[in-house]
Write a protein that binds this ligand. Structure first.
Ligand code: SF4
Length: 281
């Protein structure tokens, strides 16, 4: 059985950067808090918490504390409240997400209606919304474009959550262009996501079985799995090596392994070791 590991498998630039900033910050300043999990991966969350970073649901008195802004970014109101409460802020927002913030702020100031293609509940989308006082339309799927809400929009600036699938974005854009006279589109799917998705166009076709490693709570991992599964029904989403079922590989000559942007390298290496051990056995 030949094992191919996707070049783009595992931590993206933004996640690596955020974890590095988090660990450096806690090493220097004792009391570090963050609102929510650093990334959507249970192993990484455990590692960061055991380094001493506390996950909190709400901000409290912040004097002597540091607030770490995660790679997904945060609404402007979070920065304001943190400052008011006395927190020191360390910002680990991914620069690609910051770029989306800049685009929406500029376009909003120019009088465009803002449309975000993305998952309504995702922290990155909430962070983008929070740059412009939540005054934007969020669309998840071509079937959920609300024609009533588009009526009256003359000029729209459209941005995309960094981890969206291009096909979904194109389909939504086509609907928007039918309803809105002027649409200015910024393709803000980040490079890491594009590379990962491009590999998914070929890997599932070239391999008998595809393993996608990552947490079920990770949107980019789930999306990767959906792309794999659409092209090859012998695609499986696993969190760790213990999810692997030997029956999946019956008659398989070639196996591809990929992983979401928040999956640690150790988990990927562990899965590869398990596949190799299966072969040896
Ligand atoms: S997926 Fe892209 S935008 Fe999100 S943290 Fe990674 S590099 Fe940044």
């Amino acid at each position: 059985m030949h094992i191919t590991v996707a070049k783009s498998a595992g931590f993206c630039f933004g996640v690596k950067r955020a974890i590095k900033i988090a660990l450096e910050t806690v090493a220097k300043s004792g009391h570090v808090e963050m609102l929510g999990d650093i990334v959507h991966n249970e192993q990484v969350v455990r590692d960061v918490e055991s380094a001493g970073i506390r996950k909190v649901d709400a901000l409290e008195a912040g004097r002597g504390k540091t607030l770490l802004i995660r790679s997904h970014g945060a609404p402007e109101s979070v920065y304001g409240e943190a400052r008011r409460l006395g927190y020191r802020i360390v910002d680990a927002t991914c620069p690609m997400v910051k770029e989306i913030h800049t685009i929406v702020r500029e376009r909003y100031a120019q009088g465009f209606s803002i449309i975000i293609i993305g998952d309504k509940q995702h922290d990155e989308v909430r962070g983008i919304l929070g740059q412009i006082g939540w005054d934007a339309l969020v669309i998840e799927h071509p079937d959920s474009v609300p024609p009533d809400e588009l009526r009256g929009i003359e000029r729209a600036a459209v941005v995309v959550q960094s981890t969206q699938a291009l096909a979904n974005v194109r389909a939504i854009l086509a609907v928007l262009e039918r309803h809105i006279p002027e649409v200015v589109f910024s393709n803000t799917i980040c490079r890491a996501t594009r590379e990962r998705q491009a590999e998914m166009e070929t890997l599932p076709l070239e391999n008998d079985v595809v393993l996608v490693i990552g947490s079920k709570t990770s949107a980019n991992t789930t999306r990767l799995y959906e792309l794999a599964r659409a092209a090859n029904e012998r695609s499986y989403l696993i969190q760790t090596r213990s999810d692997i079922m030997p029956g999946w590989f019956e008659g398989a000559q070639r196996v591809a392994v990929t992983a979401g942007a928040s999956t640690p390298d150790e988990t990927i290496q562990d899965v590869i070791a398990a596949l190799e051990a299966m072969q040896a056995g």
